[in-house]
Design a protein around this ligand. Sequence first.
Ligand code: HEM
Ligand SMILES: *[C@@H]1O[C@H](CO)[C@@H](O)[C@H](O)[C@H]1NC(C)=O
Ligand SMILES: *[C@@H]1O[C@H](CO)[C@@H](O)[C@H](O)[C@H]1NC(C)=O
Ligand SMILES: *[C@@H]1O[C@H](CO)[C@@H](O)[C@H](O)[C@H]1NC(C)=O
Ligand SMILES: *[C@@H]1O[C@H](CO)[C@@H](O)[C@H](O)[C@H]1NC(C)=O
Length: 346
Amino acid sequence: MSSFRYQFVVALFCGIVLEGSLSQAQLSPNFYAATCPFASNIIRGVLFRAFQSDSRIGASLIRLHFHDCFVQGCDASLLLDGTSTIDSEKGAFGNNNTARGFEVVDQMKAALEMACPGIVSCADILAIAAEESVFLSGGPSWPVPVGRRDSTTANRTLANQNLPGPTETLDGLKAKFQNVGLNGNTDLVALSGAHTFGRAQCRFFIHRLYNFNNTNLPDPTLDTTLLQQLQALCPQGGNGSVLTNLDASTPDAFDNDYFTLLQQKKGLLQTDQELFSTPGADTVDIVNLYSSNQGAFFQSFAVSMIRMGNLSPLTGSQGEVRLNCRRVNGNGISSVFNGDDMVSSM
Ligand code: HEM
Ligand SMILES: *[C@@H]1O[C@H](CO)[C@@H](O)[C@H](O)[C@H]1NC(C)=O
Ligand SMILES: *[C@@H]1O[C@H](CO)[C@@H](O)[C@H](O)[C@H]1NC(C)=O
Ligand SMILES: *[C@@H]1O[C@H](CO)[C@@H](O)[C@H](O)[C@H]1NC(C)=O
Ligand SMILES: *[C@@H]1O[C@H](CO)[C@@H](O)[C@H](O)[C@H]1NC(C)=O
């Protein structure tokens, strides 16, 4: 099961995807070949060091890419801090006190600015860091299309509208994926598989534990043994920030156990379990496939990550390459290194 094999399979798919419906996006895995050939290695190096003190960092970083792409496209709008003109997305419900890893993105950006100043966008850093996080955790590797540029705007209202929440119905999840241009079956199920690693706070699933949907009973689709463990961890009126593993079986490994847990009613979030436990849903067969065939999951995951990474990128001379991921560039600085020559030569 070498990563090389997965990468090869996915490269073929990637070609089809880029030739097809998403052909307007001018992203390419070779975009930095001449201007910053070691960009991925630099990002991987910073990530590897961060992993030494924080086993969760890879999960946190792929989530940043997701929360970036769902809000005005993959343009690093999520990374902008608030100012008088920037209503930071970091304050949105889906991000406030939950999105994390921003300091590590800053470290990646600083390392890249040392090696190739003004070249690698913050939006591409998130896309590459997401792939490296999966690969370093035992998951598939894929060629990451790059060449995104960074926004000069953010939109918290849109973040509140577009990011799916943990009490969403399956129909609601499908609608939010379809709204940004992904599908509500393979994209939704495969990408939800990212919950194979990382943590979640009690406040995001406590509604399942005591009085689900005003029934005065726990969520019937939650395994009773796991229920008791979670009730002990998350007492009513307790600390809603306490963390537990999204994947109780292999918490830090990127594998297909997440789907097997769903078959056992051991999904942590309501939205995880709905993929398998919603009667008649078209997602059930996909969960069963990925549970029985890790290779099928890895291949779908890579394809859907590329599709998510292609959501409305800024390219060419749109936006800018931020020098600091937390703020838009100052007067004239961005035009010195705007990367236009690269785009026209692709
Ligand atoms: C389908 C709709 C989704 C919902 C409702 C959802 C919701 C959540 C919630 C509530 C958490 C816990 C956050 C916390 O406790 O601080 C979480 C964590 C996480 N999510 Fe999702 N998510 C969804 C899809 C995705 C997708 C598409 C990805 C990536 C491709 C993803 C990656 C992650 C990761 C890796 C974590 C753990 C982060 C960490 O440990 O810092 N999620 N998600
Ligand atoms: C984010 O959470 C903090 C509490 O930690 C709160 O003070 C702040 O108002 C929240 N931000 C927004 C925009 O709701
Ligand atoms: C933010 O998004 C909302 C919802 O789509 C939209 O109505 C609003 O015009 C956007 N605001 C800015 C500043 O772009
Ligand atoms: C919650 O209850 C309402 C009706 O009371 C029902 O329509 C809805 O499907 C239920 N949601 C879940 C997740 O069971
Ligand atoms: C709540 O739990 C979090 C995570 O374990 C911890 O950092 C925080 O200090 C706790 N807060 C209180 C008030 O105990």
